[in-house]
Design a protein around this ligand. Structure first.
Ligand code: ADP
Ligand code: MG
Length: 190
């Protein structure tokens, strides 16, 4: 079998997990044996599942490190899907290449940008080594344009979201998708 690497990247809310799960479902319809993996530290939306912001989910095996992605893999598995792959850090690069070199289809979804607008490795590097890399955008929460970024915001008492600044002390924070015009970190670029 011929392996390959597919990367699905972008900011939060871009639909990376939805796209990953779409490809997983299609492979399952085609009769391929699929293994879905997530990092064990990523238990924000329940144990043993990968889930999207729109509520789709699918059973998933937790892994403690990049090496464990390929550990104890049943020999019948043809496709490995990894969500929130940025959690695995720099070791992800070798593991994903090794899987693909060994004949597996490796589909990897993850954040490639930080909330302050910097490249977030290892996902950008992995895209450079892939047969296919798709960068998705979210929808800007201010104006509805394509949002290549996300930023941290702090909920105000009246429920409105304020952009986080130096006065931010943690607590009521969350993230919003932002276009280039409405991305506050752009103001701090030199
Ligand atoms: P990701 O994995 O990239 O964070 P998900 O696949 O989990 O994204 O979620 C995508 C879904 O999030 C969309 O289909 C939509 O239902 C919902 N959503 C909520 N806010 C936004 C937004 N600002 N832009 C795009 N989608 C959003
Ligand atoms: Mg996701």
């Amino acid at each position: 079998r011929r392996g390959r690497v597919e990367v699905i990247s972008g900011p939060m809310f871009a639909g990376k997990t939805e796209e990953l799960l779409r490809r997983v479902r299609r492979a399952q319809i085609a009769g391929r044996r699929v293994e879905v993996v997530h990092h064990e530290l990523d238990d924000r939306r329940g144990e043993g599942v990968v889930s999207s912001h729109s509520g789709l989910d699918i059973p998933s095996r937790p892994a403690a490190s990049a090496a464990e992605i390929l550990d104890r893999l049943d020999p019948s598995v043809e496709l490995v899907a990894v969500d929130e792959a940025q959690f695995f850090g720099p070791d992800l690069l070798d593991v994903v290449q090794r899987g693909a070199d060994g004949g597996l289809v490796m589909i990897v979804a993850g954040l490639d940008v930080t909330f302050d607008g910097r490249p977030f490795e290892p996902i950008p590097a992995l895209g450079a080594l892939a047969e296919r890399a798709d960068r998705l955008t979210a929808v800007c929460t201010v104006c509805g344009e394509d949002a290549p970024f996300h930023e941290r915001v702090v909920a105000a008492a009246d429920g409105d979201a304020l952009t986080a600044g130096a006065e931010h002390v943690g607590g009521l924070e969350s993230y919003q998708a932002r276009c280039r015009v409405h991305f506050s970190a752009a103001r701090w670029r030199t």
